[in-house]
Design a protein around this ligand. Structure first.
Ligand code: HEC
Length: 183
């Protein structure tokens, strides 16, 4: 008997839920006064660098030095940087910012990679930070290759300009030394 009452009660709840209009999302209003350049320069780039500066190693006269933060604030800043890049991936897909489905796919990939970077910083995992930071960078490069570089190359018609100067001799010699070492 108890069960019947319960069933009737749940049916009533279900019926009420069905007759209620679907919740309507409040109308959003976006401000697009930051153009793509500003969104990149003031949000995406600083976020990414906050993370990259805290990852990997640097060669110094005293030997290899880790860039890993030494304070909790430092780890938090690296994690926040990755979080900014994640959220920027959402911003890039806003109706007024997106340049189409493929552009959105790059933005979604950026979110996925930045999320892994954020997790690595939260775990204070230096090796994972190096790897995830590099993976995140690959997405920047891939999207720029498709949406930025062709436009730049078009503007700066290379055939109209003299070729770029060669590397200075001492740099070139060192490059050769690196190349033969790598073989
Ligand atoms: C979904 C595509 C996309 C992704 C992903 C992306 N960018 Fe960009 N980025 C652009 C576009 C488009 C421009 C060119 C803006 C313009 O010139 O109008 C740009 C320009 C820039 C600029 C130049 C801004 C200026 O002032 O000229 C920087 C710096 C930059 N991006 C950094 C980054 C970094 C760092 C990442 C990765 C963490 C990244 N971008 C990921 C699309 C992308």
């Amino acid at each position: 008997m108890k069960r019947t009452v319960l069933t009737v009660a749940s049916l009533a709840v279900l019926a009420a839920a069905c007759s209620k209009p679907a919740p309507k999302a409040p109308e959003a209003k976006f401000d697009y006064s930051l153009d793509m350049k500003e969104l990149m320069g003031h949000v995406v780039d600083p976020g990414a660098w906050a993370f990259w500066h805290a990852s990997g190693t640097v060669e110094t006269a005293e030997g290899t030095k880790s860039n890993a933060p030494t304070t909790q604030d430092g780890w938090d800043a690296a994690e926040s940087g990755a979080a900014e890049v994640m959220e920027a991936g959402n911003l890039l897909q806003l109706p007024g910012n997106t340049r189409g489905a493929e552009f959105n796919a790059f933005a979604q990939d950026l979110i996925a990679k930045a999320k892994l970077a954020k997790d690595a910083a939260e775990r204070k995992d230096e090796a994972a930070m190096f790897k995830t930071g590099a993976d995140m960078y690959q997405v920047c490069v891939a999207c720029h290759a498709k949406y930025v570089m062709p436009a730049y190359i078009k503007i700066r018609d290379a055939s109209k300009y003299p070729p770029l100067p060669d590397w200075p001799a001492d740099v070139k010699a060192r490059q050769g030394a690196f190349a033969s070492k790598a073989k």
